[in-house]
Design a protein around this ligand. Structure first.
Ligand SMILES: [Zn+2]
Length: 105
């Protein structure tokens, strides 16, 4: 799914508007628990405030979408990168440390 509109498009841009609609659709489709309110990803609420879908839509048509929120994990999207990063994190860190050390030797 194309999420470039979050970081590259501004309010009022047709691609931004289309992206917002896509987001709302995504959020509602993944609202399997039938929650009344969902986290709002506008740059002020930053998923910390919960609102009804129509309020979120309202926010996102007036405020910029949170540009760091490109993986919609708060709205039912699976974070595929996280487990592999955790599993390999220590190794990568270790390698990097060894690289750094070898520069000093
Ligand atoms: Zn909001």
């Amino acid at each position: 799914m194309d999420r470039t509109w979050i970081t590259t498009k501004k309010l009022g841009d047709p691609e931004y508007e289309a992206g917002v609609m896509e987001f709302i659709k995504f959020a509602l489709e993944n609202n399997t628990e039938g929650r009344d309110k969902l986290p709002c990803p506008c740059y002020i609420c930053q998923n910390l405030m919960y609102h009804k879908a129509d309020v979120i839509l309202n926010h996102l048509s007036k405020r910029q979408f949170d540009r760091t929120y490109t993986c919609w994990h708060r709205h039912g999207e699976k974070r595929e990168e996280t487990p592999s990063k955790d599993a390999q994190g220590h190794n990568t860190e270790g390698d990097r440390l060894e690289d750094m050390m070898s520069q000093f030797v």
